[in-house]
Design a protein around this ligand. Sequence first.
Ligand code: HEC
Ligand code: HEC
Length: 310
Amino acid sequence: MRAGVVRILFFAVSATFTLCAASWGQMTKAQEKQEMGTESHIGKLTGHARAGEPHYRRFCVGCHGVLGDGEGDNAMWIDPKPRNFTLGIFKCRSTPTGTLPTDEDLFNTIGRGLINSNMPQWRPLTDQDRADLVSYVKHFSPRFASEKPGPPIQIPPKPEVTAERIKAGQEVFKRVECWKCHGVEGRGNGPSADTLKDDQDRPIKAFNFHDTERFKCGTTDEDLYKIFMTGLDGTPMPSFMDNLKSEDAWNLTFYMRTLQPMHSKAKEIAGQLGLKPIRPNQPAAQPEAPNQPAAQPETPNQPPAQPETK
Ligand code: HEC
Ligand code: HEC
């Protein structure tokens, strides 16, 4: 009798569980079958989710989880947390904020890995393997079935770096307030730095430019340009596409380079200029007006407004 009740209970519980699993259900069987047909196209390569699955199970599952939700067995030890692929939100894109990355973006990310995180480089895998993995990563999110990637942003040819451009770039850095998060010297210690959270409410650090020459999303000047124009979706790092013309964006790129540890022409010029860190509380063009109460819109000693997370 007792055993019977227990058995019935057990049955009821497991049935409920199965039902729930199907309805929250990461995916129903039919959906799953369809999603397993997900393809990716990178140059001449075509990737197939089905072919990516064994690689995913072998190399990725420990962090990103069987369901692609970022809850792999190792996830609890890792900070920042592995990406939850079911959301379809990615940091490294060539596409505008809010849109899906291209297949090539994901392919490059998987090859490059993400510095300042536990996400390794996967260069030892063949290009075909990585293309298959792109498809498998995409198959976890319904977004890829219903939306197209955004149009990749246009990057005009890089101009010659000059002292004028670096100085202009520093003004941009000040004007659009990169320093609020990244700090006046780009050390990741701006006035808002301690308050930053990602979209899943987890604390996140602003990037310290003095630490490294690489970024999560690339290494070249073009990559740097792309990073602040597209933003890193899912993080407080916003897109500046609506605030910056391409001239400004290139000038800012050159200025950011002067903050990094490696030798570069930009850094050399900054040295010759004796460039000092910005002083955000000093209105740019205004001559010193000593004893006057500052009634400007930019009130210097006020705690900076909470940055808009995007
Ligand atoms: C040791 C843990 C670990 C393993 C193994 C791992 N990843 Fe990751 N992955 C991460 C972490 C952590 C992040 C998030 C890093 C961040 O947000 O800075 C991430 C992020 C990603 C992203 C998102 C990039 C973006 O632009 O937002 C992709 C795509 C990805 N991983 C693919 C893979 C694939 C494919 C594999 C297997 C070949 C894999 N990962 C294996 C830890 C791992
Ligand atoms: C609201 C805060 C905030 C502002 C304003 C901000 N950033 Fe960021 N930025 C961040 C955070 C947080 C990260 C780290 C994201 C991560 O690790 O995933 C970041 C990362 C970066 C990175 C490294 C990206 C990578 O791929 O590793 C660059 C480059 C960058 N920011 C440039 C800028 C520039 C240039 C500006 C101004 C035009 C700016 N940021 C303004 C918060 C901000």
